[in-house]
Design a protein around this ligand. Structure first.
Ligand SMILES: [Zn+2]
Length: 420
């Protein structure tokens, strides 16, 4: 596909334009601007483009509206629809950058900036792939769709979840979905592990810190919960292995992160020079982030944590707790025999001269909504860039990697949309 190599400058400029629109999420800035940019480009190529705002989705408000862009082009002959879905939001910049995070500087074949790798480089590669395909095969069968969606980094509820609820990812409309997340150009990502987030609160009673025996310390109760988790739950999780090909390999088991731990007085404001007052904490809250496997049952995952709390309760006087479910995502794994998997695999071996590696992501991405709400099983993540660079300072995308991935995507279109 020399046509894609010839589009190198266009691909670089497109990626730079996208990165220079700072779509930081939270709070969800410039979604309208990036959607308008994509709309102008794709309308000029004959796409019918819709901008859809996710009214009343979490975070949607007049200041930060959740805009999404969906473009569709029907071929002259009937057939199936291939959809490329990319999220347009990027995470906060953070510290440690040596380049301008929204400058999109091109240096030694790499474009630097927040969102280059995750995932504006993938979005740009898919657009270039589709444009090259349309030039070579104008008489194709079926339809091509490209979407740029909001809020993936914060759960996707104002993006793909909303669109799936509105029928945009229904199997009657779309048959193949490729999400160009940065999973590496020679890997096909079949899905992701499941997630359970819960907030645990232990209760106590406030008293003077010099007479703690008159109160009941919620932080010590939570300490006992942590100890019990260390002694029994963590070793049990380490024993649960999965057949899912999760990368990195250490994520091929159940894991749990303690996301946050708050007890007692709130942190003082920056610059406050006073001392805290002596009080026994009457509340301690901890958020746990449990990642589970396709072999596990969601109800069992929840029960395990409850069991820990019940064990502690049976041993400690004055122990009481609440547990609140915050988020649940079931594991998702597309069948290796699914048509889009086979097509991308053949394209990878043709373009890169090697067999693809099949992987599963340790964390979730928008496939969860396409699978659960859209009921569309023929979905993968495939795109350029190294996952390890996502959300890091000096994030970059390699131009050659984008070209290779675009060639794979274009080849895949040529197979699935059967041009004459
Ligand atoms: Zn991403």
């Amino acid at each position: 596909m020399t046509r894609i190599s010839a589009k190198r400058d266009d691909l670089i400029a497109l990626t730079q334009d996208l990165v220079r629109i700072p779509t930081l999420n939270p709070p969800g800035e410039n979604y309208r601007e990036i959607c308008e940019y994509l709309k102008d480009r794709l309308e000029a190529r004959g796409f019918a483009v819709e901008l859809v705002r996710a009214y009343e989705a979490p975070g949607d408000c007049e200041k930060y509206p959740r805009w999404n862009m969906i473009a569709r082009l029907e071929g002259p002959r009937s057939g199936e629809c291939v959809h490329f879905n990319s999220h347009t939001d990027v995470v906060e910049v953070g510290h440690g950058w040596t380049t301008d995070p929204f400058g999109a500087e091109l240096k030694d074949g790499k474009i630097y900036g927040r969102g280059t790798c995750d995932m504006k480089g993938g979005l740009a590669a898919s657009i270039i792939a589709v444009e090259a395909f349309l030039e070579i095969c104008p008489n194709f069968a079926g339809a091509v769709e490209i979407s740029g969606t909001a809020d993936e980094e914060t759960g996707g509820f104002g993006g793909v979840a909303y669109l799936a609820q509105k029928g945009y990812f229904a199997p009657e409309r779309v048959q193949h979905v490729i999400i160009p997340e940065p999973l590496q150009k020679d890997r096909i990502c079949l899905g992701h592990r499941g997630v359970y987030w819960a907030e645990i609160e232990t209760h106590g009673e406030i008293a003077h810190g010099s007479m703690p025996f008159l109160g009941n310390c919620a932080v010590r109760h939570m300490g006992a919960v942590l100890t019990e988790m260390e002694d029994t739950l963590y070793p049990a999780l380490a024993q649960k292995h999965t057949a899912m090909p999760v990368v990195p390999e250490r994520a091929r088991q159940s894991t749990m992160n303690i996301n946050s731990f708050h007890g007692g007085q709130a942190e003082p404001e920056a610059g406050f020079t006073g001392l805290p007052s002596p009080c026994v904490p009457d509340s301690c809250r901890m958020v746990v982030d449990r990642r589970f496997l396709i072999e596990e049952n969601y109800e069992d995952v929840k029960q395990e944590i409850k069991d820990v709390l019940e064990v502690v309760k049976s041993r400690r006087d004055g122990f009481s707790y609440d547990i609140r479910d915050m988020m649940r995502v079931l594991p998702s794994m597309t069948d290796k025999d699914a048509p889009v998997v086979g097509s991308v695999a053949r394209a990878i071996s043709e373009v890169l001269g090697k067999e693809p590696e099949y992987v599963v992501s340790p964390g979730t991405y928008d496939q969860k909504h396409i699978d659960r709400i859209g009921k569309l099983k023929n979905c993968i993540a495939y795109g350029p860039g190294l996952l390890e660079l996502a959300h890091k300072p000096d994030e970059y995308i390699g131009v050659d990697d984008m070209i290779d991935a675009a060639q794979v995507m274009a080849k895949c279109l040529m197979e699935l949309l059967k041009p004459e």
